[in-house]
Design a protein around this ligand. Structure first.
Ligand code: C2O
Ligand code: CU
Length: 492
């Protein structure tokens, strides 16, 4: 079944690449009408004549613009204070064109999938005026940010934002890095339908790049132009919803762009799928990993980028050859003889023109070192499935469904070694809110997501430095919705 879907995926992509779209909407200059309305808004945003009275911000007609980061729209900052980012975000149903003659009814933040980029710098205060225009309640979770639990989109802490209601998210961003945001209610449906956005917290003194790209890799399940009913197939209960179309920055087609030999770019990658672990490669250029979930790492080279759901990588790409550079998604499929083979599907193609310049990787300042702290406690979290007499599957952490009982309580500042033990076959991308951890004998850097393969154990060292009530769950959204969701309390 799973492999059949991959084959379907392959043929869909083949069909689409024959009708080949060379158009890259994200780097087109903005259309004139929009330019005009943006200028109007800029005009309205002049400092108020009376400095004492705060200007009342109405909901703007246009809340996004073509920013400097390639890969889609950016949220407009309506605040004049250089240390405050104030934006308007709306979730609403939208009909989106995902490819040639492929219009699908989805959900979108400010009308785009992926949702627009929220950009801030370390230490900024971020104010998000959020409006829910969906026919159902939602919240916004800022995946990876170490902020207060009241602003984390946890529907057990904040009241869900009901249809037609607004909520103001307000927090300070302390950690530079690449993040994303998404709902934390019915996440298997709302994220699949297109509710996810991009987030960058910029470091001070970041090096300059020829270009910066943000690429959200996703897959969605389509039956014609429709998304089939949720949680109605056994496979989906077991493995989460694996799509039959790869969706890259909101298109099932191949993205294209151009660059010059010798250019160095920064790519920020995030896996926003419901369930699929992405296996990415970059052909035709030199690249290295320079950042991950929790920010900068010392640059290192890899062949493949394995990205469980929720994972981010910052990659530095050096165009040291001319010709075609591709970002590929490597998926398993079946060939005509029924054998399982790996197929490389290009998501993005960059045409590199000759300049005769060799170029070189950026000379980064040393990455911040992770302080070596003694472990205060060792605990275990087990991942398992339960089946009731009627055959219904639920997913449990430490035998508990939905963590109605708190999993652990730690004192703030605790360093905890956690054994993540997967007792069953399906893999689980474990995600911890509000804190970072390191993977013992794993990839370098601070993480908030780690893949726990079938019947295997991963050890992490977590730094519980942020007090509050925090969710810890599997990021296969179906598993989380079916119970693989717990709460960890960090006491002050
Ligand atoms: Cu990406 Cu609990 O979240
Ligand atoms: Cu899982």
């Amino acid at each position: 079944m799973r492999f059949r879907l991959f084959s379907v995926l392959f043929s869909i992509l083949l069909a689409l690449s024959c009708s080949s779209a060379t158009e890259d909407t994200s780097s087109d200059p903005p259309a004139d009408p929009q330019q005009e309305s943006e200028e109007e808004i800029d005009g309205e945003n002049e400092p108020a004549p009376e400095p004492e009275s705060e200007p009342e911000l109405g909901w703007p007609d246009v809340a996004t613009e073509d920013g400097s980061v390639w890969g889609g729209k950016s949220l407009i900052d309506f605040n004049d204070d250089a240390d405050v980012v104030e934006v308007f975000l709306e979730a609403a149903p939208a009909t989106l064109t995902l490819g040639d003659e492929l219009d699908v009814d989805m959900y979108a933040y400010n009308g785009t999938v992926p949702g627009p980029l929220l950009e801030a710098k370390v230490g900024d205060e971020v104010v998000v005026h959020f409006r829910n225009s969906l026919p159902e309640p939602t919240t916004v979770h800022w995946h990876g940010l170490r902020i207060s639990d009241e602003m984390d989109g946890n529907p057990r802490i904040q009241n869900p934002v009901e249809p037609g209601e607004e909520f103001e998210y307000r927090f300070v961003v302390e950690d530079a890095g690449t993040y994303w945001f998404h709902p934390h209610m019915k996440s298997n449906e709302q994220i699949e339908k297109g509710l996810y956005g991009k987030l960058i917290v910029r470091e001070a003194n970041a090096p300059e790049f020829a270009r910066e790209r943000f690429v959200a890799v996703d897959d969605i399940l389509l039956d014609g132009n429709e998304m089939p009913p949720f949680l109605s197939y056994h496979m989906e209960f077991m493995h989460g919803r694996t799509g039959n179309a790869l969706l890259t920055n909101g298109t099932v087609e191949e993205l294209t762009d151009s660059a010059e030999e010798g250019d160095v770019e920064r790519w920020r990658l995030v896996n926003t799928a419901n369930a699929r672990t992405m296996n990415l490669s970059i052909e035709g250029a030199s690249f290295r990993v320079v950042g991950t979930d929790g920010g900068r790492v010392e640059p290192y080279e890899v062949e493949r980028l394995e990205m469980p759901v929720g994972r981010r990588f910052d990659v530095e790409v050096l165009y040291d050859q001319t010709g075609e550079v591709t970002l590929n998604s490597n998926v398993l499929s079946r060939n005509d003889n029924g054998e399982i083979i790996e197929v490389s599907i290009p998501l993005l193609k960059v045409d590199v023109t000759e300049t005769g310049t060799a170029g070189e990787f950026v000379r980064w300042a040393p990455a911040p070192t992770i302080e070596d702290r003694p472990v205060d406690r060792e605990v275990e979290i087990t991942f398992d499935a339960r089946q009731d007499p009627y055959g219904n599957i639920s997913w449990v952490l430490n035998d508990v469904q939905f963590g109605n009982k708190t999993l652990f309580e730690f004192q703030v500042g605790s360093v905890v070694r956690i054994s993540l033990r997967n007792l069953a076959g399906p893999e689980h991308p474990f995600h911890l809110h509000g804190q970072f951890f390191e993977i013992v004998n794993g990839e370098p850097g601070l993480k908030d997501t780690v893949l726990v393969g079938g019947r295997s154990t991963v050890e992490i060292i977590a730094y519980f430095d942020n007090p509050g009530r925090w969710m810890a769950h599997c990021h296969i959204n179906e598993h989380a919705e079916l119970g693989m969701m717990a709460e960890i309390i960090v006491n002050e």
